[in-house]
Design a binder for this molecule. Structure first.
Ligand code: ATP
Ligand code: MG
Length: 426
């Protein structure tokens, strides 16, 4: 009995005053947390003392089985006896036992660690009074482990670099783009087929070439006026291809990262390589066209040279393919243009296609009416037409509200009038 008491006292002595504990945790994690979030919502722990309880909470990357497993291992290492008190989807809780595990009184005052994963994944640590050094160490290690697991994930690394993987659920289908049969055919032939049938293409090249080299395209340029569906095509391709589509908004990478953008772009290419190949979609490469700002020019030049090098360096044994999108092809650097094996031009929609686009965004209209709208909307892009349809719906909704009318889709006349109004406004 006396021995147990002594042990208990020794443990009590180790309790760290709240302010000192907070300072220690923050100092330790500040070094670890370099200020660049590895996942959305990354923060240092929030540490509070309320109603006699210490609480420490921090967001973690989406909770995975392996993260949960390693967290349990950490807790087991630092805390002598623990019990799992909740193991439900979205809430996992671990409670420290008394040193005499058969004594359950005041057990809920002991250290408790909860993992929430319903909306945003989060860890919350609570304990009545102050923490021991061992408990503080456990908290610090939990935080570090949760965060380092996100560092190994290529998707999160890409995100950190300003790129993102377009996943299946952000993908659309070809019927989302009305018309454009020729463009769709070219995309299917030069991008989808070679990616899905690599071996056949390679076998043919092996039969024909003195020295084997791939006959699959490495780089393709999408060229066309604003709003004709270039970016939308990327989202469709993402759903069709069997490899990830890495979306790289050059414009935002250039403005956000500035001096760092060339290194970041190089890293994006390397990451795609390490994933075993990807479709790299470089959107809005117009930002690489000449700029008069001296500093920007320097940054642009560096990004361009990385891009040229990386496109040249794409290993023909991988499946990586680069797609660039621009609406100012003529302003692009000629060395860059020459890297593209093929240029796919997205024209403005013709009269019939404009009618079909109207049908996509105003499906309640009959074919004749859509045709008339198509005829009336000369020189407009798909985006313009979509905007007009949204504009019409808003005008119509206002009218329904003012006149307290039942919900119904806008009538044809409203669309017709919108085209003239919209042209006047734009
Ligand atoms: N043929 C079409 N059918 C249906 N919707 C279309 C069509 N063309 C464009 N749109 C719509 O117009 C909008 C703009 O298209 P998108 O962003 O793909 O254009 P973009 O060519 O990438 O333009 P930018 O050069 O300005 O980046 C999208 O919401 C898209 O759905
Ligand atoms: Mg676009």
């Amino acid at each position: 009995m006396a021995a147990i008491q002594t042990l208990q006292m020794a443990a009590d002595i180790q309790l760290i005053p709240f302010d000192r504990m907070k300072e220690q945790v923050e100092k330790e994690l500040e070094i670890h947390f370099d200020g660049t979030p590895h996942f959305e919502g990354e923060l240092l722990p929030e540490i509070t003392y309320e109603k006699g309880f210490t609480q420490m909470g921090f967001p973690v990357p989406p909770l995975t089985d392996s993260m949960l497993f390693s967290s349990l291992a950490i807790l087991k290492k630092h805390i002598e006896n623990i019990r799992i008190t909740s193991f439900e989807d979205g809430h996992y809780a671990v409670q420290a036992m008394n040193s005499n595990i058969f004594k359950t009184e005041n057990i809920f005052d002991n250290l408790k660690i909860e993992f929430f994963s319903m909306i945003n994944s989060r860890v919350v640590i609570t304990k009545k009074g102050n923490l021991t050094q061992e408990e503080v160490n456990a908290a610090i290690e939990l935080y570090k482990t949760a965060h380092s697991s996100s560092k190994g994930d290529p998707a999160l690394k890409l995100k950190k670099l300003g790129a993102s993987i377009l996943s299946d659920n952000s993908a659309l289908h070809w019927d989302y783009i009305a018309g454009y049969e020729e463009v769709k055919r070219k995309i299917r032939e030069s991008i989808i087929l070679p990616l899905k049938n690599r071996e056949l293409y390679d076998t043919i090249a092996m039969m024909t070439r003195k020295n084997f080299e791939s006959n699959r395209p490495r780089a393709i340029l999408f060229d066309g006026a604003p709003g004709v569906g270039k970016t939308t095509a990327a989202r469709i391709i993402a759903g069709e291809a069997d490899i990830p589509l890495v979306y790289v908004p050059i414009e935002s990478i250039m403005s956000k990262w500035y001096g760092q953008s060339a290194q970041n772009l190089a890293q994006i290419f390397d990451l795609c390589d390490s994933m075993g190949g990807a479709i790299i979609f470089l959107d809005e490469i117009d930002s690489l066209a000449g700029s008069r700002d001296q500093n920007m020019f320097e940054a642009t030049r560096r990004v361009l040279s990385v891009l040229l090098r990386k496109i040249d360096g794409i290993d023909s044994s991988t499946t990586t393919i680069t797609i660039g999108a621009t609406n100012r092809k003529n302003d692009l650097d000629s060395a860059l243009i020459s890297r593209f094996d093929q240029i796919i031009t997205f024209p403005l929609p013709n009269e019939m296609e404009r009618g079909m686009i109207f049908s996509n965004y105003a499906r309640h209209l009959d074919e004749e009416d859509s045709k008339i709208l198509g005829k009336k909307s000369i020189n407009l892009s798909g985006r313009n037409i979509k905007d007009i349809c949204e504009f019409t719906e808003r005008r119509w909704a206002r009218k329904l509200l003012i006149k307290s009318m039942e919900a119904a889709p806008p009538p044809f006349e409203y669309y017709k009038r919108s085209i003239s109004l919209w042209a006047g406004e734009a």
